[in-house]
Structures are given as C-alpha cells and as structure tokens.
Design a protein around this ligand. Structure first.
Ligand code: C5P
Length: 403
C-alpha cells in the first residue's frame, strides 16, 4: 500500500466539498495511512463528525479545549504526531486565517503550532470561482505558499452554486495521487523525461487497422513514477484507455510514424528517454483511402507491408544520446529466453539499459516482473504491481544518472 506507516491529520473546514472528504478519508485508510480528522465548527455544518469518526476509526477533534488529551493540548499532540497535515476542503476564509497566523480555534491553532520543518501542510482549496479569482484570495494563496504550504489543485468545472469555473476541490482520487507522489523521494527533480507507451495502430483503410495487445499500463506506471520522483514528464501514448497520471503532460498518437514525430519534437529537451511502447514493426504499405469492400468473389485483399522506423534505435543513435546527455532505456517483451533476447536487443538498439519482460505475462496485467540488462549483467525485479516495479525501475535509473 502506498501510504503504509503514514499518519495524516485530515483537516476539514466549512465548504460543500466536505462531502468529498469522506471518500478521501476512506481512500487514505485503504492505502494504509492512519487518519486523524480535525474539523472546524463550520465543517460540522456540512458533514458530521460521526461519519468522519466511522471512516477514520478515530474520534474526531473539533475543539482546542478537548479534555481527552491528558495535557489538554490537542494542538500540540496532534501536530507532533503527523507526517503531514492535509486541509481538504480548505475554504477561502481558512486560507486567510492561515496567512494571518490566527489561532482562535483548534485547526488553525494546530497548523500554526506544527513543527514547520518536519510537518508539511498541504492545502486543497474549495470555493466559488469568484472567491477563488478574487485578488485577496490569490494574494493569500501566494503568501501561504511562500510560508511553506503546498497547494493541491484547484479543479475546474461545474460548482455547487451552479456557476462554472476554477475553485473546485480536486476529486478524492486526485488528492490521493498527489499525496502519494508527495511522499515519494525526488531523485529525478529538475530532469525532463520522455516516455512512450501503449501499442501503435497502423491503418489498413479508414475503418481497419493492425495493432497489438499492449495495454500501456507499464508505460503509464513508468511515467507516473518518474513524475513522483520529481521529473517533468511527457508521455507519448498510443491508443489506450488509461487515465493520464497527475502532473504528466500527455501527447496522444496513433501510428508508429506519428509516435516518431511526437518523440522527435520533444526528445531534445529530455535527459531521459524510456521507450515502453509496443511499436508495430510493420504497417500496411499503402493504406486505402476508402474502406476496402468485399466484392462477393471470395477473393481476399493483398496486403503489402513496410517496415516502421525504430524510434528507440534512432533516438539512441542521436548525438545527445551518444554523448551521454540523453540516457535511453528500452523495453523488450519476449515469450522465452528473456535474458539472451534482452542482451541481444540491448546491443542492437545501442542503449545502456534494456528492461525485459515476458509479453504474455504482462500485456493487460496489473503486475509484472522485470529483468534489467546492462553492460555488466542482469538484475531481476521480482513480480510486483506495475506501479511498484515502475518505482523500482525509476530509482535504479536515477542511481545510474547520478553515477
Ligand atoms: O524491436 P523491439 O520492438 O522488440 O524493441 C522493443 C523496444 O524498442 C521497446 O523499447 C520499444 O518501445 C522500442 N521500439 C521503438 N520503435 C520501434 C520498435 C520498438 O521505439 N519501431
């Protein structure tokens, strides 16, 4: 679980988005965190402490005069125990209170009393779009961040008031993803990473094409792990039905030629290129402009193929890759003799690191096993979730980049 061992103090302030905090609390607990809920009086107008206690499994705190604490100092005890304080939702009023360092109720008092170097404060604002855009709020947000708080969001869209715009609290799953990322080490901070993922689709005619069973899951997990590690990540994705990892910029492509063009347009800025895409080796040489029709004669169409460009091999031959300014990593999906094939592929592609996996055991699955092959030999990453393997791979690559 991604938050095992983490103790989160979840603060709720007055806003309709409190209904999402119940789901967030559940999600945090499900990922292994312990959650201590603290609510303002206004928050208790929107959702009851009963709900939050049931979901967190701990009595909720709401008053600085709470006598349950032996020393009667809940603001000290709660903040010292936290790995992070997360305010979701955080109202415009509460942001103003934090900026002013107010301390006349438990939640703001606790935020002020937290050991600022050790206990991060993450703030998920939620408010009407006019309140969000108001210079006072924007000024307060800038000051809050200058004071060390981390901003989560905001989202945009239809608001409870019926207006549409910025100011929505992020969805619970988005907040969870950002929080998980927050706790990951940042060995790729300052780096730009380019990742290819998914299959390609090679048109036969306007309604038919050739593709493969790659789900894109491994590549998306690699992009997410790179972003969690602090990199600025661009993900060039073939046709897949997967959500874009938070904070990753995504470029959708269809064919191998599209993918090559998208990679070429971006690879100059990158210092790490990870090719996980299952690029089609061949494409129909002459895609028909119109749908190829059955004519009733029983004759089948003749398909001729052309070889697709090898994106990874081309990038690995570039002067930047050759000089070491760009580190290239390839993947190989094999059905047998993984080590031998991966070693041969590493040499053929001219990359320092090649990651082997067994195709039928990975396509579409949520878990996988990897074999990291370099000039020195091979290292196995035993079967685990793709998310976990992607993190291990990224931390391995980060060590190579640092060396
Ligand atoms: O040759 P093969 O397809 O097995 O090589 C796999 C590796 O090369 C993967 O990293 C894949 O993303 C990359 N590749 C590519 N362009 C191709 C074929 C493969 O970038 N046309």
């Amino acid at each position: 679980m991604d938050l095992t061992g983490k103790h989160i103090v979840l603060g709720l302030t007055g806003g309709i988005a409190c209904y999402k905090s119940a789901e967030l609390c559940r999600a945090l607990v499900k990922e292994g965190a312990t959650v201590q809920v603290v609510m303002t009086e206004a928050a208790e107008r929107f959702i009851t402490p009963v709900t939050m206690q049931a979901l967190s499994g701990r009595p909720v705190y709401g008053s600085q005069w709470d006598a349950r604490e032996p020393n009667n100092m809940p603001h000290i005890n709660l903040s010292r125990a936290a790995d992070a304080i997360v305010l979701a939702p955080c109202s415009a009023d509460f942001i103003a209170r934090l900026v002013q360092g107010r301390a006349d109720e438990l939640l703001s008092l606790m935020c002020l009393a937290r050991p600022i170097e050790r206990v991060p404060l993450l703030v998920a604002p939620a408010m009407n779009r006019e309140m969000w855009a108001h210079p006072a709020t924007q000024r307060n947000l800038a000051q809050l961040q200058a004071d060390g708080a981390i901003l989560l969001g905001v989202g945009s869209g239809l608001q409870a008031c019926g207006e549409t715009g910025d100011g929505r609290m992020l969805e619970p799953e988005e907040l969870l993803e950002d929080l998980v990322a927050f706790f990951q080490p940042k060995p790729l901070a300052g780096r730009r990473v380019l990742v290819t993922a998914g299959p390609t689709y090679e048109a036969i005619d306007p309604v038919r094409g050739i593709t493969n069973l790659s789900s894109g899951k491994m590549g998306f997990a690699v992009a997410r792990a790179a972003r969690e590690a602090g990199a600025e990540v661009t993900l060039v994705a073939g046709p897949v039905d997967l959500a874009t990892p938070r904070g990753v910029s995504r470029v959708d492509v269809r064919s191998a030629q599209d993918m090559l063009a998208a990679v070429n347009a971006r690879v100059e800025q990158a210092s790490l290129f990870i090719a996980t895409a299952a690029v089609a080796d061949w494409r129909p040489a002459n895609a028909a402009d119109q749908k190829i029709k059955k004519d009733g004669s029983g004759r089948t169409p003749e398909l001729a193929f052309a070889e697709n460009p090898d994106i990874l091999a081309a990038v690995a031959q570039s002067p930047r890759a050759q000089s070491g300014a760009l580190f290239c990593v390839g993947f190989a999906a094999e059905s047998h003799d993984l080590l031998a094939h991966a070693q041969a592929k590493r040499a053929r592609k001219g990359v320092p690191l090649l990651v082997g996996n067994i195709g039928p055991a990975t396509f579409g699955q949520d878990d996988n096993a990897l074999l990291l092959v370099d000039a020195q030999g091979a290292t196995e990453l035993p079967r685990a979730s793709k998310r976990e393997l992607a993190r291990q791979l990224i931390s391995d690559i980060a060590r190579r980049l640092a060396a």
